[in-house]
Design a protein around this ligand. Structure first.
Ligand code: TYD
Length: 135
């Protein structure tokens, strides 16, 4: 399952006059239809976010500002990614446990997701996650 995790390059347009960069997220860029967008900020450096898996929801994360680390676990193996660029999206399929940590000061984490918010889609207990993966 971790083999489906990937970093996606978000196309960007850099103004030739040096006036900045514009990144464009279009439907061909993201491997699902985006139903909702939310973002995380004011995260203390000592905080851990995530601590859950989704049964169905697919997600892309982008560090719009600053950086943070995402640890991913599919019940068998682990990997981690540090996002620190607004033109990179991390695609996380469903059924993957994630923890997010090491937020830099001012970090903003954009989430693009495939589903409406539904607490029933979350698995928030790691033992339940392992059981869910076996069933
Ligand atoms: P959660 O998805 O666990 O955030 P993170 O993965 O960043 O730690 O959500 C944190 C809290 O916010 C949790 O109580 C559920 C709530 N929440 C909503 O009410 N609506 C939403 O759209 C989202 C994403 C979360």
């Amino acid at each position: 399952m971790l083999s489906k995790v990937k970093i996606i390059d978000i196309p960007e347009i850099t103004a030739p006059d040096g006036s900045g960069t514009l990144a464009v997220v279009e439907k061909d860029c993201i491997p699902f239809q985006i139903k909702r967008v939310y973002y995380l900020y004011n995260v203390p450096a000592s905080a851990t976010r995530g601590g859950h898996a989704h049964k169905k929801l697919l997600q892309c994360l982008v560090a719009l500002n600053g950086s943070f680390t995402i640890k991913l676990n599919d019940g068998n193996s682990e990997t981690s990614y540090t996002l620190d660029s607004p033109n990179k999206a991390l695609f996380i399929p469903n059924k993957i446990w994630r923890d997010m940590e090491n937020f830099s000061k001012g970090a903003i984490c954009l989430s693009l997701v495939s589903e409406e918010y539904d607490e029933a889609d979350y698995i928030r207990n790691y033992k339940d996650f392992l059981k869910f993966k076996k069933d």
